[in-house]
Design a protein around this ligand. Structure first.
Ligand code: BGC
Length: 440
């Protein structure tokens, strides 16, 4: 694999880092912004999920403008929005202003969540595509971990601590913005707008010289300039099948409950009677596990394949959640065993569904429809994420922790069955080969 591909993928993965930071930072600030703005539990729920509504908007926008203006320019726009959101939310004095800037941040997260993995998939050689796209997930979880960690370090800096926590985001935003000047456009998008020579120049830099011409020919066969795809094309029976796979996988990634733990961890730990400080420390343990096991996934994903990985992960997650629920049923809600199962659950998610979802959804759509197909898929992902975030506290209240974790465990089993029955394996083939195979 050429170092150049790694270099440009790392820069673009800063989009993932910002995605992770923005979604992760809120967990540690909750305990401070709630009293500062005088928020009820319900208002707090809305304040947390405001970012997620922005994500839906961002993904919807990115599907169209990513096709029109290219992946790179739109990612630059996202970097700029990340910057504005960070400074705006950190300096806000009224909750509505705070929510407004969190929504702007959400738009940026939404755009990055679609364009970063899509771009990396479009410049990667088939053999390493799984690993390279997973780099984006590694960046997401690093972003979450950086957020948890900086939150922890800044916790004792006085009443403005949460403002500092939010400001940190400006640094990766600036790196992404300027880094993108060193990144070329996606060759697959360039062919789509008729810039064949430019596409060839990029392919020569990203693949072996002997392969570049072949790749270009393959891409040309799948993209015709005159014939721009529309959302309606996704409704043809063949495309619809792929769309369903993307949408359901995205929903499963969320409803297996990962963000109940990612977003609410410090609050859950604080509720079981620990100080804010150690709650944040435990949250860092969660972020660290997430990071380490994402690396495990990166080592396995191009060898084992995406499907086996998700199957293993779903099974492991189910076991962990059902064990957790068992403890809760026995009224054991604190202690080492709880932490073991929580961390075990995170580890299985990180080694499987976390990265593999992003890899698969960047691969299954044909060149012409990728942007729009991913857009609908990721709207479903963010909508499911909103649903879980809003419903989780209510579930805890109504059903108790035991039943809540049991429900998430059963959903993992359902996800296992779905993936086993319906999801195709995509490892090792070029995007054009996949296109021929899946849209027969
Ligand atoms: C998921 C996010 C989640 C993150 C945590 C991503 O793959 O889409 O919702 O917060 O992983 O690791």
């Amino acid at each position: 694999m050429k170092n150049y591909v790694v270099f440009i993928s790392v820069i673009v993965a800063f989009g993932g880092l910002l995605f992770g930071f923005d979604t992760g930072v809120i967990a540690g600030t909750l305990i401070f912004i709630q009293p500062y703005f005088g928020l009820s539990e319900v208002a707090l729920g809305w304040t947390v999920s405001s970012l997620l509504f922005g994500c839906v908007l961002g993904v919807l926008m990115a599907g169209k403008i990513g096709d029109k203006y290219g992946r790179k320019k739109v990612l630059m726009l996202a970097a700029f929005l990340f910057l504005i959101s960070s400074i705006g939310s950190a300096t806000s004095k009224m909750v509505l202003v705070f929510i407004f800037f969190r929504i702007i941040g959400g738009v940026a997260v939404g755009v990055a969540s679609i364009l970063s993995p899509m771009y990396i998939a479009e410049v990667s050689p088939a053999k390493y595509r799984g690993r390279l796209v997973s780099l984006n997930q590694l960046a997401i979880v690093s972003g979450i971990l950086v957020a948890f960690f900086t939150n922890y370090l800044l916790v004792d800096t006085g009443i403005n601590n949460w403002r500092w926590m939010l400001t940190i985001d400006a640094i990766p935003a600036i790196i992404l913005f300027f880094g993108l000047f060193f990144v070329p456009e996606s060759p697959r998008w360039l062919v789509g707008i008729g810039k064949i020579e430019k596409a060839m120049a990029v392919l020569l830099k990203t693949s072996k010289d002997s392969e570049a011409t072949l790749r270009l020919e393959e891409i040309k066969q799948t993209v015709t300039v005159k014939e721009q795809a529309s959302y309606r094309d996704l409704l043809s029976p063949k495309a619809k099948r792929i769309l369903w796979i993307g949408v359901l996988l995205a929903i499963f990634q969320q409803i297996t409950g990962i963000n109940t733990i990612m977003y609410y961890a410090p609050k859950i730990f604080a509720q079981v009677g620990q100080s804010n400080d150690s709650a944040l420390l435990q949250t860092i343990a969660i972020g660290g596990t997430n990071l380490v096991f994402t690396v495990v996934a990166m080592l396995l994903i191009d060898r084992l394949g995406r499907k086996k990985l998700i199957l293993l992960g779903s099974a492991g997650m189910a076991v962990m959640l059902i064990s957790l629920s068992f403890l809760y049923f026995q009224n054991i809600t604190t202690g080492a065993l709880i932490l073991v199962f929580v961390l075990g659950y995170i580890a299985f998610f990180a080694a499987s569904f976390g990265p593999a979802l992003w890899v698969i959804v960047s691969e299954i759509f044909p060149n012409k429809l990728r942007s729009k197909g991913m857009s609908i898929t990721l709207v479903s992902l963010w909508a499911a994420c909103i649903g879980v975030t809003i419903v989780f506290p209510v579930m805890l209240d109504v059903f108790s922790g035991a039943a809540t974790f049991l429900i998430f465990g059963l959903i993992c089993i359902l996800s296992f069955w779905y993936v086993w029955r319906f999801v195709p394996e995509t490892k090792g083939k070029t995007l054009e080969e996949l296109e021929k195979e899946l849209i027969k």
